[in-house]
Design a protein around this ligand. Structure first.
Ligand code: TLP
Length: 347
């Protein structure tokens, strides 16, 4: 343990389980652009069923699912409303603007990743000749930059109701929606039902090597399939990817609770420890956000790295620690001890 690197940068660093590797090796394959890959077809059906949607589309990444969703919902020149802390806004290379000709208009996220329905309503464009058309409202659950915050069914419904009243569709970036469902103890479909489309990731807490699913109505997914092809996402024997996804949906969802418990344990082990500021009560899923005081957060991140604990720099004075498959309780205890040691000489 003494020399082990404890990688808490992201749940994207997870490696596939032995069962996934076996399923990949044995997967039945075909050409998925022609819709002839039985493993992909099975995964898409299972994913749609779990999310309570009619259909699903396997894509290469969460970024691709979100981009394809935005392209499918909106015409060029439309405006997309989303939170100012949204992953789509911060980390998806402005693909919607560059490739789709879409404007991204931000609304304040509160600290729990929510959008206030009144703010959404006020940002919706009136049919004035000078204005772009509001084409879409996006939500995110769990909310990455808001420390893995979980949106409840009511949070999602409140915004969706406003959007529906104005005839505007809702897309949910649910990269970690299974974390949200496990945290709330509700079926994932309850968190998806208010959204017209939902993207979720296989390659984060569910530990697959690659892949994301975009879910929605059959009509929507039919059109999205064409946009996926347009952005180069038509993959051939993609059953190699889907095989791991099927194992993930079958065996990796319930264990997300362990990651949440570990995140809580880590936060409790670091509470009240200068130069760090964090509130363990704010930890709702598998992320711990740290506010560093007194020394530059990047410098503190470097010191943690030297002590064998890897964290992500989130801008400003913020660092992020993420728990995931492959990180055990003992790793968390060790990480907390190392972070405490670094903090004691940095305060
Ligand atoms: N998030 C990654 C990085 O891009 C920051 C991470 O380490 O957390 N939506 C959300 C909410 C995400 O957190 C991510 C990935 C994506 C979409 C994009 O997924 P990928 O990485 O598969 O394109």
């Amino acid at each position: 343990m003494a020399n082990k690197i404890i990688d808490l940068r992201s749940d994207t660093v997870t490696l596939p389980t032995p069962a996934m590797r076996q399923a990949i090796a044995e997967a039945e394959l075909g050409d998925d652009v022609w819709r002839e890959d039985p493993t992909v077809n099975r995964l898409e059906a299972v994913a749609a069923g779990k999310l309570g949607k009619e259909a699903a589309l396997l894509t290469a990444s969460g970024t691709m699912s979100n981009l394809v969703a935005l392209l499918t919902h909106c015409q060029r020149g439309a405006e997309v409303l989303l939170g100012d802390e949204a992953h789509i806004f911060h980390y998806e290379v402005a693909g919607a603007a560059a490739l789709g000709g879409l404007g991204l208009r931000t609304i304040s996220n509160d600290s729990r990743g929510r959008l206030h329905p009144k703010d959404v309503e006020e940002a919706i464009r009136l049919p004035d000749i000078h204005h772009p058309r509001t084409g879409l409202v996006c939500l995110e659950n769990t909310h990455n930059r808001c420390g893995g915050a979980v949106l409840s069914e009511a949070d999602t419904e409140a915004v969706a109701q406003v959007a529906r009243r104005w005839g505007i569709p809702v897309h949910l970036d649910g990269a970690r929606i299974f974390n949200a469902a496990v945290a709330l103890g509700v079926p994932v479909a309850n968190l998806a039902c208010q959204a017209d489309s939902v993207a979720f990731s296989l390659c984060k807490g569910l530990a697959c090597p690659v892949g994301s699913l975009l879910c929605g109505s059959s009509e929507f997914i039919g059109r999205a399939r064409k946009y996926r092809k347009m952005v180069g996402g038509g993959m051939r024997q993609a059953g190699i990817i889907a095989a791991a996804g099927l194992v993930a949906l079958d065996t990796m969802v319930d264990r997300l609770q362990e990651d949440h418990d570990n995140a809580k344990l880590l936060a409790e082990g670091l509470a009240g420890l200068p130069p760090l500021r964090l509130d363990p009560a704010s930890v709702q899923s598998n992320m711990v956000n740290l506010e560093v005081e007194g020394i530059p957060a990047i410098e503190f991140q470097g010191r943690l790295g030297q002590a064998g604990v890897l964290a992500t720099y989130m801008g400003g004075q913020r660092l992020r620690l993420v728990t995931h498959y492959g990180i055990e309780r003992a790793d968390i205890e060790e990480a907390a001890q190392r972070i405490r040691a670094v903090a004691s000489v940095s305060g």
